[in-house]
Design a binder for this molecule. Structure first.
Ligand code: C6P
Length: 412
């Protein structure tokens, strides 16, 4: 086997990499099916954080001593690792943020607030997370612009014909999720970005869920911005990134003022640093960036196709088993779906299902999943959602099925 041959994907071995999975919750072996909310961390990510804090904790870009040099090298190395994983032409196009939410707010503040004029339109789809709606509403309100929802079809897919009708010279920006957190639908990002380009609008991709399931190539997608959170892809919380096109980032004013983002400061006038530092005021989340790069390194051991095939098998098995439960309906049935299974059961409330499954050691999420417009558009209170990751097994889905069958006899 050559040195860089991918590690064989064996789910039982993968599970050994994640210490948290090996415990009992409420007297039952933990079955963690809340991966769309956050993913668990492999030992190598935990080790990277411990190593940083125990061996070279120091501030970056100060260059006055050995520890600072080591921290800076690891921090900028992390940027290169993540930028390369996204196929970014340059690491300078990768700006560290706290996560997807902050990345989208950065564009809303630094691009939308500057460029929007009265009557302009921002298009977002009906399935968006609040993080991809509210920042645009704030920017639009300030300018007298409008945020318009792109409709979905019954399966929970973006209606591309409707989008084609909506796009006009008024459209300044289109922002859509790569993958819906509430339904699992995978959106045709390249086609949506092309529609934006046709009318000279900017395209933004909320990659919070997409990054967890797919290899992201920002150049192939043709997007102007891609935002994601580290904790959805086995990295720490509190770190994420915004990738952007250089011309756009260069032309944008800074996000926040402070250290690091300046070239020189005087009371006569301050000049700003270049990319990416212009957008990174203050001491960054150094450990977070290093931990996130360790998470990408972890994933890079495997063939992404093998992981995708495993996740597809999990979703397939879940759909088959759940079809055997009377009165259960999957919410969202996109032809191209990530391993997310949102559902409702006649005569029960999702919150009760979640609570009773938790008593059996099974972690799912229930509620509106921060996608209230989708829920109210479909006249449902929310859903119960099982979301899968590379360390989940077919047996865990059988455990879910058995537990759910038991829970439903109690609830109905
Ligand atoms: N969705 C879920 O359980 P932050 O909080 O910034 O890391 O990510 C926000 C976010 C934005 N867009 C999408 C599509 C998301 O799924 C999320 C986070 C979690 O579905 C928590 S609400």
């Amino acid at each position: 086997m050559s040195a860089d041959a991918p590690r064989l994907f064996d789910v039982e071995q993968v599970r050994q990499d994640f210490p948290i999975l090996h415990q009992e919750v409420n007297g039952h072996p933990l079955v963690y099916l809340d991966n769309a909310a956050t993913t668990q961390k492999p030992q190598c990510v935990i080790d990277a954080l411990v190593e940083y804090y125990s061996q070279y904790n120091s501030n970056v870009h100060r260059g006055a001593h050995a520890l600072s040099d080591r921290a800076t090298a690891a921090f900028e190395g992390a940027r290169r690792t993540v930028a390369k994983a996204l196929n970014s032409p340059s690491p300078k196009q990768l700006i560290w943020t706290r996560g997807t939410t902050e990345a989208i707010n950065l564009i809303a503040q630094c691009w939308a607030r500057v460029h929007l004029r009265e009557g302009d339109e921002i298009l977002v789809s009906m399935l968006e997370h609040h993080s991809n709606i509210v920042p645009w509403q704030l920017a639009a309100q300030a300018a007298g612009a409008k945020v318009k929802p792109i409709p979905l079809n019954e399966a929970g897919e973006i209606d591309l014909d409707a989008l084609r009708e909506m796009v006009s010279e008024k459209t300044r920006l289109i922002s859509v999720a790569h993958v819906s957190n509430a339904l699992g639908s995978v959106n045709p990002i390249d086609r949506i970005c092309a529609l934006a380009r046709d009318v000279g609008a900017i395209s933004v991709v909320d990659g919070a869920q997409g990054i967890a399931h797919y290899e992201v190539d920002v150049q192939a997608l043709g997007c102007d911005f891609y935002a994601f959170s580290g904790h959805k892809i086995f990295g720490p919380t509190g770190i994420g990134a915004l990738w952007g096109r250089t011309e756009l980032l260069d032309a944008m004013p800074p996000y926040q003022g402070g250290g690091e983002m300046i070239e020189s400061v005087s009371f006569d006038g301050t000049t700003f640093n270049g990319l990416p530092y212009k957008f990174e005021a203050g001491t960054p989340d150094i450990a977070g960036a290093i931990g996130l790069a360790a998470a990408f390194d972890y994933l890079n051991q495997f063939s992404r196709e093998a992981i995708q095939a495993h996740e597809a098998a999990l979703l397939d098995h879940c759909c088959t088993r759940m079809a055997g439960i009377d009165g259960l309906r999957r919410v969202g049935n996109a032809q191209h779906s990530a391993a997310v299974f949102s559902f409702l059961v006649d005569g029960t409330h999702p919150a009760d299902i979640g609570m009773l499954l938790d008593q059996q050691g099974i972690a799912i999420r229930t509620g509106h999943h921060c996608a209230q417009p989708l829920m109210s558009g479909w006249s449902i209170p929310g859903t119960a959602r099982a979301s899968f990751s590379l360390y989940n097994t077919l047996e865990e889905i059988d455990v879910l099925y058995e537990a759910l069958s038991k829970v439903l006899t109690l609830l109905r």
